[in-house]
Design a protein around this ligand. Structure first.
Ligand code: PLP
Length: 374
């Protein structure tokens, strides 16, 4: 099998998996208990929090563990709007993940206005578009750092400055970016940042929300006093530990991996071009390493996905969460490419287990299938 759907999820890092085990079997104590048996769990959570903070240039007390990217996004958006009580506006973009878009729909149903910024043909949000939209009524701006479908990286530092100049909070969904490109929350200057472990070779169902010190974000889950009293629930210790190890290992190799993945992208693109296949590459070549989103003319993306599946090759047509739908995804629509290409969209996302043979094989099979139906 060739697994090339790493934007949907990744295989767990072996060391991270090994690090989980003791906290499921021997050191299974509840970290909130005062007896000495729970000390190992408490210490492990503290260690993971420091490691994760170090990887994104944050302080340990700015890292709040959650159940993943979806919860972090919900907390940031609902926390900054609903729970603060006033009918202020939220600004987001039309290419966000559904964890943001559907959260925005919920707050809209409750009467909170939301504006959706457009992107250019490469999938980038121009800072001037935000500058025109932001107003004294705006409370929150939430723009993703990197897009899950097309891999575009947004000018977050600039967008964040505009939000701050206008007295707004700034949140970024960095689920696709953390562990794949360098993240420095102090340089970005964001108030909140969402991340999810299964996108960087950690376990599923665990993530974190970075909340800048001094940001007034109310609790999202009420209950016990875990996570500095603002995110209740017994800690998922084994997964928290594994997330720390996975992120540390990914960050350690980030530059090397960037080069390797860009090479795989280039192999795939150049093979398709050499074979004179008619396609558009969505996003830009400066996007997330390994993310290649292609729209083939007069081909059904779903058909390509199923044919590749029969050959043991896993890719995606849109984002994984949308894999049951056959419509052109909201992200591809936002790029305003012609429908004859849009319907034939495929996302190939390479990860650390892929090699040059995988890129060549995917290219070879795509060329064969497309030429067969032409
Ligand atoms: N945000 C983005 C950009 C994503 O790609 C995803 C997952 O696909 C999520 C949020 C949701 O994260 P999780 O699967 O951890 O809930």
């Amino acid at each position: 099998m060739i697994y090339a759907d790493n934007a949907a999820t990744t295989r767990m890092d072996n060391e991270a998996f090994e690090a989980m085990k003791p906290f499921l079997l021997e050191n299974f104590g509840n970290a909130s208990q005062p007896y000495s048996f729970s000390r190992a769990a408490k210490k492990a959570i503290k260690q993971a929090r420091s490691t994760i903070a170090e990887c994104i240039a944050a302080l340990p007390e700015e890292i709040y563990f959650t159940s993943g990217g979806t919860e972090s996004d919900n907390w940031a958006v609902k926390g900054s709007t609903l729970l603060c009580g006033d009918l202020s506006e939220t600004i987001t973009s039309e290419i966000e993940h559904h964890a943001i878009l559907n959260t925005c729909k919920t707050i809209e149903r409750l009467g909170f206005p939301v504006s959706y910024l457009t992107v250019d043909s490469a999938g980038i949000i121009k800072p001037d578009i935000l500058r025109e939209k932001v107003s004294p009524k705006t409370k929150l701006v939430t723009i993703m750092l990197a897009n899950n479908e097309i891999g575009t990286i947004q000018p977050i530092q600039e967008l964040c400055s505009i939000a701050h100049e206008n007295g707004c909070l700034f949140h970024t969904d960095a689920v696709q970016a953390v562990g794949h490109i360098e993240i420095d929350v102090k340089k970005l200057n964001v108030d909140m940042l969402s991340a999810s472990a299964h996108k960087f070779n950690g376990p599923k169902g665990i993530g974190f929300l970075y909340i800048k010190k001094g940001t007034n974000l109310p609790p999202y889950l009420d209950g016990g006093l875990q996570e500095f009293g603002i995110r209740a629930g017994t800690e998922n210790i084994a997964s928290i530990v594994a997330m720390g190890v996975a992120l540390r290992n990914n960050v350690k190799n980030i530059d090397q991996r960037y080069k390797e993945l860009k090479k795989l992208e280039n192999i795939l693109i150049s093979e398709l071009s050499k074979a004179k296949i008619d396609f558009i590459r969505n996003g830009t070549s400066l996007g997330l390493p390994g993310n290649v989103n292609l729209s083939f003319r007069d081909v059904e993306g779903e058909m390509l996905l199923h044919r590749l599946d029969l050959l043991g090759i896993c890719v995606s047509t849109g984002s994984a969460c949308d894999s049951k739908r056959t419509q052109i995804s909201h992200v591809i629509k936002a790029l305003r490419i012609p429908d004859v290409y849009g319907k034939g969209t495929l996302r190939i996302s390479f990860g650390k287990d892929n090699n040059e043979h995988d890129a060549l094989r995917i290219a070879k099979e795509l060329i064969r299938i497309i030429n067969l139906i032409a």
